[in-house]
Structure formats: C-alpha cells, structure tokens
Write a protein that binds this ligand. Sequence first.
Ligand SMILES: Cc1cc2nc3c(=O)[nH]c(=O)nc-3n(C[C@H](O)[C@H](O)[C@H](O)COP(=O)(O)OP(=O)(O)OC[C@H]3O[C@@H](n4cnc5c(N)ncnc54)[C@H](O)[C@@H]3O)c2cc1C
Ligand code: SF4
Length: 503
Amino acid sequence: MLKDSAGRTISELTFITRLGILTNQMLNFERVKIEHEPPEVRMKSFEVEPLREYSDKEAYAEAGRCIGCNICTQSCPASLDIGGYIRSTALGSPADTVRIVFENLPFPAIIGRVCTHNCEDICVLYDTGGPIAIRHLKRYAADQFEDYSKILDVPKRNFINKKVAVIGGGPAGLTTAYYLAIQGIKVTLFESLPTLGGFMRVGIPRYRLPDEVIDKEINFILSLGVEARLNTKIGEDVKFSDLMDEYDAVFLGVGNHKPRMTGTPGSDVKGVIHATEFLKRANLGEKIKVGNNVVVIGGGFTANDASRVSIRLGAKNVCIMYRRREIDRPGYPSTNAEEEMEESVEEKVKYIWEVTPFEYVGEKGKVVGVRYWENEMVSEGHGRAKPVPQKDKVKFIEADLVIEATGQETDFSFMEAEYLKKLRLTPAGHIITNPQGMTSIPGLFSGGDSTNSARDLISAVRDADTAVIGILEYLNVMDQVADDRWIPYLDRWKKYAPSVVQR
Ligand SMILES: Cc1cc2nc3c(=O)[nH]c(=O)nc-3n(C[C@H](O)[C@H](O)[C@H](O)COP(=O)(O)OP(=O)(O)OC[C@H]3O[C@@H](n4cnc5c(N)ncnc54)[C@H](O)[C@@H]3O)c2cc1C
Ligand code: SF4
C-alpha cells in the first residue's frame, strides 16, 4: 500500500488536504496581508525594509491557515520541515519554530527575509486565499530572539583531533562551519573580504537585509568556536596547496565573484561598472555618485537590486534594459520574481524590454548615454524565442552611470595548476561533486554558487548540509557524533513522499 513515511496512506493524506482546503474556502481564510512601507519613504533610505513584520496576532492567524500537509517541503532545496515550524508558530511557540529551522539551516532571520521561497509557489492553498506566507512567518519567529543561544541548547563539545579549512565566508562556508564545529571539528574559515557573509553582506542591499540581522546569525555561528581569518585571500595570502596539506579536509564556498562584462564598445569610459562591484561598494558604505540617469543592463534579480540602490543613492531616472520579453526574465514565473518587480515599479524603476545595447557613448572620457537597437523575438520552433536586433531602429538613452548586471563566474585563480587540472567542472564551469559533496579531488568538498546552478541562498545551504555529512564520513568520525539531532537532516521531503511500504 502507498504510504508516506509518517505512516499516512495516500487516501488519508488526500482527505486531510482536501478537508483543509475546503475549511479554508468555507471560512474564507484569506492570507493575512503583509503591509509594505510606502514607496516614497523606502526610496529615500537604506534603513527601511519594504515589508513590515507581522504582529503576534497576524502571525498566529496566518500560521493557523496551514493544514500541515507538508507538500511544500518537497520544493525546499534544504528540505526544511515547513509544516512543522508553521504549526509551532500557530501554537504560539516561535522558539520551537527556530529550533526546527536550525535542524538544516542556521539563518532563519536572513532566509526569512530574502529566500526565493519556491515553497510558496506550490503551497496547496495558492488558489484558496493565497499561499501561506512561509518566508514572512520564519522572519517573524526568528526576530523574536536577540540571542539564539538562549533557546538553542547546542551541546558543548571538546575539539576532537580533526581540523577542516573552509574557504569563503558566505552562506555555504558558514553553514559548513556551523555544523562541523558542533561536532567538535576545529574549523578555520578563510575570507578575502574584511567582513563575513559573502553575497548576503556585499550583494543583497541593506534595505532588504539589514546588517544587524546578518551579524546576529553569523555571531552565533562564530560563538561555537569557529575561527575566522578575514582579509585572507587564498592564492595570495595563503597557498591553497598548504591548506590541502595541513588540514584533514577542505570545503570550497568561494561563490561566483568574477564579473562577466559584455565588452560592449565604449565599456572603457568612466561610469561603466559591473553590478556586483557597484553593490559591494554601496554595501560597504561608500557614497557612490550615481548622477541623475542610471541605465542597468540585464533582467534578473541583481539588476533590480542595482536599480533600487541607485534610486536610494539619489538617481532620478533609472531604467533596466533587457534583451528579451518580460515573461522571459530570469526567475520568472515565480511569486518571488513578481514581488521583486512590483516593488521596483512602485519605486519608479522603468523597464525597457527587447533591446540590445550596442555602444556606450562617452564624452571627455565619461559615459553620457547608451545606443541600442530594438529586438524582434524570433521563434525557431524549438527552445526559447531568440532576440534578433533590428539594426535599422537605433535609439539613444542618456546615462550618467551604466551598470552591467550580466552575471559572474567562479574565479579559480587561487588554485595551483596541479590542482586545477584535477578539478572536474561542468561545461558551464560549475564544480562537479559526488552525492556526498566531494569534488574529484579527495578531501576537497564544495558547495554554493560555484557548484550548483540554482545560485540562491537556500541551495548554498543545502550543498553545505550535504558536505557536512560527507566530511564527517570522510574523516571517519560519524561514530563520534554526539547526537544526530545536530547534524543536518537531509532529504526530509522523502518522509512526506509516498513510497511502497514493504510488508
Ligand atoms: C545582488 C545579489 C542579490 C541576491 N539576492 C538574493 C536573494 O534575494 N535571495 C537568494 O536566495 N539569493 C540571492 N542572491 C544569491 C546568493 O547571495 C548566493 O546564491 C549565495 O550568497 C551563494 O553563497 P556562497 O556561499 O556559495 O557564495 P558567496 O555568498 O558568494 O560567498 C563566497 C565568499 O567567498 C569569498 N572568497 C572567494 N574566493 C576566495 C579566496 N580565494 N579566498 C578567500 N575567500 C574567498 C568571497 O569573498 C565571498 O565572501 C543574490 C546575489 C547577488 C549578487
Ligand atoms: S504551507 Fe501550504 S503546502 Fe506547506 S504544509 Fe502548509 S498548507 Fe501545506
């Protein structure tokens, strides 16, 4: 008979789900509205978060709509027990919510603000009052606590005789460090920047993710005895081969930090910059002069961030140029993409779809505008329609700053040639790992943007969870694990997926 491993038969599960949906429909349980700060207020400030926190009453009401089917867990890359933690919020216990989230993820307040939240797209209540506000409820629960050590009873362990080097202090590196440190592994984390967090800190703008929120979660990880060496670039300050020799295992969480520029003629004039460089400088507190007119090239989330940061830095006219149609933009269709664009439009960002910029026009060595062609979308019968520039339709738009949000890739220059030639990559340049997160080089594990193609926070965390178990097995210390509650719970979705139960 088909059952999920919680022991529910398919007909029981279907019954529970249908009953829940019906109850929500009959009682007209609409999603509790998430209030937004007015655009004219938030456009002037990096301090104002666009979404207002739920009150206790609102959080209980919203969490109370969830019917606990846990279908959403199947779409969460990190396999969080979503039904479980929404239930604890509904029962008035945000501390339990945080504890459940920490089983797989040490960033509830960060992910509660900026997760791509694919889980909401498949919530069974999507068409019945709206999907449960899973992300916002996680933020609510995490924000109730200043110091997680008061609610998380992390076991105190002596260091065992194993040491691991983690390269990169982004979500992948920090998650790996967190779960390994709990098990008594001596972790040293190497970060080239003067601050930890990776793109959480230097990519995502402060109005979406305040510094205090990042600090709270990173400080908790460091409090477990993780040693962080900032301003230390592997490949320059420390040799990669030395780490491979000196440590029992190495985890690579180096992300994608090499800008991919388009090379459009005129790119060498002053006022043309890559989005990640622009956002990094803005996030580290530089007051960048953006002028009145900013043109952002690219159609993804980074383009939205760069344009909204430009507005907060004083730009009057900001437009995003993308070569394809609105429906072709990266990340669409999803609630995440819709919400991001809605907020950008409210903040007066303009979009110019189906265009190809072909020249950045400079005067006296400084950019003054962009020449572009309009495109025609041509369908060749298979795959996506292709943008074909109509070269007889040349247009011009003024620009004091051009920001290219055209992607980035992994910079492998930190690795000596003898290692690089052994490291297997996909044709797209991602590091290939086995199911335990180990690369083609024994003892070298990897995860995050350099390794997966999803390139979001929750997937970086998922890779790290996998690698933690892989590293514990590789070091042959699984039998010394204090308590399996403190190693990541992988693939929980299988618990809720129907399987044939052997009798
Ligand atoms: C502008 C922007 C907005 C984003 N918004 C979202 C969002 O809203 N939601 C979401 O889920 N995802 C978002 N992302 C994606 C998300 O930030 C990444 O998927 C995630 O940070 C990847 O984690 P990571 O640990 O692999 O790498 P990163 O976060 O990039 O961290 C890698 C770290 O390694 C360090 N490093 C690299 N090389 C070396 C070396 N040789 N020596 C020492 N240190 C090194 C880097 O300095 C960096 O700190 C966004 C990304 C950007 C750029
Ligand atoms: S959030 Fe939606 S899909 Fe997930 S358990 Fe609740 S009702 Fe089911």
